[in-house]
Design a binder for this molecule. Structure first.
Ligand code: MN
Ligand code: MN
Length: 460
């Protein structure tokens, strides 16, 4: 099946709009390196766009109606935005879903130790990473420390030019003969991913003086003591900003495209919606996808269903059956990145059914591998409706599978939404070097995703 390269059809005006959207996206990436920061950014954008906090309305019991715009942040790590439509919510919503957590290196609860006068943070990596990729590159530390009194200290070290950065060391090649003969998965133990955090002891100090010096800095700059690590969520991520990539500036190199490259245009599509829609619109940006969507802020929790129930109640639908109908009758794009076809690693892809850079937003009728195991396979009937709405809006789009039949694999949130019996299909943006510290996307695919999401919101 022939698919046209998206760039070929752009006018000068198209290219300018696309470039501006990509600039906004890069700013989002830089401000939102963790799920908490992404939820904060989403909240800021919603407030600026006149959305109201659903929690305040639940509290006051103020009824809602068509045209109302509300948002809800859940546990500071997941986020939902709604535009209420004219049609009964029982008829279902048009939902854009994506995740805002990304692979990274999490700091353990008892992390700080000193070895031969070097101080380290012990870590437990988060999500599917190639561990060797995270060595010998500048890391920033983002997250929160919640103290016993309930106050929260926000941490972001390593992003400003004047900030120090952190690093996990690698072994010099001269002594790496044994290490180099290991397979990549054994190249470095997960337990050996220790972040070097300090080396200068306090003057006239005793045992563990370097660790003491690090603790002194934490106390001075953040008012934090060692015990406070227990109630902290600190994430080491690649330090630095996302950058335009390629001499033609056609791509973006950044940390966490998976899955902010879908989360951002999903949110923007709902925020930018003008007027009062027929169906109620929703963007849900969820946490914990990279580790299986478990936990109270993951898609496997009831937070989304509960929020729809709250919304329905404020719309005058108090009965449980209304919530079931609202979810069952919904239409959803479960947006997550696709494995972009990489000519340098062509053998793992089946070219006809691979996601190509610059061919636009990518639909995966099913994920799963080795016999579609674990796949949430979208209905052909729904796929046909999606095709129609994409073509009518002149969206560049393609379809793909994640790699060859017996090779690929990888989950999304689609099956968790399919539990409600709604129509849901996986879709997203092709990524090169997925799950690496720095991933690559095409600006054209980002733009076509945004156009596609805007079009999907009109689905009747
Ligand atoms: Mn993902
Ligand atoms: Mn992923």
């Amino acid at each position: 099946m022939y698919r046209k390269n998206a760039w070929e059809q752009y006018t000068v005006e198209d290219r300018a709009r696309l470039a501006a959207f990509a600039d906004d996206y890069r700013a989002f990436l830089d401000a939102a390196k963790t799920e908490r920061e992404a939820a904060d950014c989403a909240q800021r954008l919603c407030v600026e766009a006149g959305f109201r906090n659903l929690d305040a309305l639940i509290e006051s019991g103020e009824p809602l109606g068509p045209g109302d715009r509300v948002y809800r942040k859940w546990m500071n790590k997941s986020f939902m935005a709604f535009v209420v439509g004219t049609e009964s919510i029982e008829k279902g919503m048009n939902i854009l879903g994506a995740h805002i957590d990304s692979p990274r290196i999490d700091v353990k609860q008892n992390p700080l130790f000193e070895d031969e006068s070097l101080a380290y943070l012990d870590t437990h990596y988060y999500g599917g990473i190639k561990k060797y990729q995270w060595l010998a590159l500048p890391l920033a530390l983002h997250g929160v420390v919640v103290k016993k009194d309930g106050s929260t200290v926000n941490v972001a070290i390593g992003e400003d030019e004047d900030d120090p950065v952190l690093c996990i060391t690698d072994l010099l090649p001269h002594l790496a003969q044994d290490q180099m003969s290991k397979t990549a998965s054994k190249f470095i133990d997960g337990e050996a991913l220790n972040i070097l955090i300090g080396s200068a002891p306090e003057r006239d100090s005793e045992k563990d003086a370097v660790k003491a010096a690090v603790l002194a800095v934490l106390a001075r700059d953040y008012g934090v003591e060692e015990e406070d690590f227990i109630s902290a969520e600190l994430e080491a991520v690649p330090a630095g900003k996302a950058r335009d990539m390629g001499l033609d500036r056609s791509m973006v190199l950044g940390y966490g495209h998976d899955d902010r490259v879908c989360a951002y245009p999903s949110l923007r599509a709902v925020l930018d919606y003008e007027g009062v829609p027929e169906a109620t619109l929703c963007a849900v940006l969820t946490d914990k996808e990279e580790i299986g969507s478990m936990g109270a802020s993951g898609m496997n929790s009831h937070y989304f269903e509960n929020t729809v129930a709250e919304l329905a109640a404020l719309l005058g639908f108090e009965k449980e059956i209304s919530v079931r109908r609202a979810l069952q009758n919904s239409r959803m794009l479960s947006s997550d990145v696709s494995a972009g076809f990489d000519p340098c690693y062509a053998s793992v892809f089946e070219k006809k059914n691979a996601a190509m850079l610059n061919l636009g937003v990518c639909f995966n009728k099913y994920t799963g591998s080795r016999g579609k195991s674990g796949a949430s396979d979208a209905n052909a009937e729904f796929m046909a409706r999606v095709r129609r709405v994409m073509d009518d809006a002149d969206v560049c789009w393609q379809t793909s599978e994640l790699g060859k039949v017996d090779i690929g694999g990888g989950g999304t949130i689609a099956w968790l939404c399919a539990k409600y019996a709604m129509n849901v299909i996986d879709c997203g943006v092709p990524v090169l070097s997925m799950h690496a510290p720095w991933e690559i996307i095409s600006k054209a695919d980002l733009w076509e995703a945004y156009k596609g999401y805007c079009a999907f919101l009109e689905l009747a």
